[in-house]
Design a protein around this ligand. Sequence first.
Ligand code: GRF
Length: 187
Amino acid sequence: MVKKNACVFISGTGSNLKNLLKRARDYSFPIKIKLVICNNKKALGLQIAKKNSIRLHLVDTKSRNFEKKILKILRENNISIICLAGYMKILSKSFLKEFGKKVINIHPSLLPKFKGLNTFERILKNREVMTGCTVHAVTENLDAGKIILRKSFYIKPKDNEISLKRKTQNLEYNVFPEAIIKIYRNI
Ligand code: GRF
């Protein structure tokens, strides 16, 4: 099969990047990770990209026209899909329009519930019975695009922010790749 070229955007640890790289080794997985874009020079995920010899671009989101620079790199690398994996910056409407291809994000809650930051803290405060993660299409509005795949689990009385994060991320490692397979199965 001909794999589509993907770019993963990160800002932090990069555990989803690591997992996607692992899954992409499978010849039947629909994408090849060709490029990583990161807006944080201290991100641990940078080491994952380096170790796997993936082309890497650090962007300075304070510089003028940074989105134009990203678009140029995406075009040069013939990128068909952007996977946001812990990228802590909202992409502008004009960026999304100009890129014109698929952009997806993984969020650690059952969207549309708990958009935004400090998710686990708010989930616990709200005494939710269930939580999970969601892969969705990216629009200029935060965590609001069409839902591609969402999976859940029950919260236990003894769960805290740390255990919820761990359980949610373990679920993410299945849901993100599955969502990518689903996208390309539907084409
Ligand atoms: C993930 O938990 C994801 O839900 C959120 O950011 C986190 C990134 O973690 N959007 P990592 O950098 O992939 O480890």
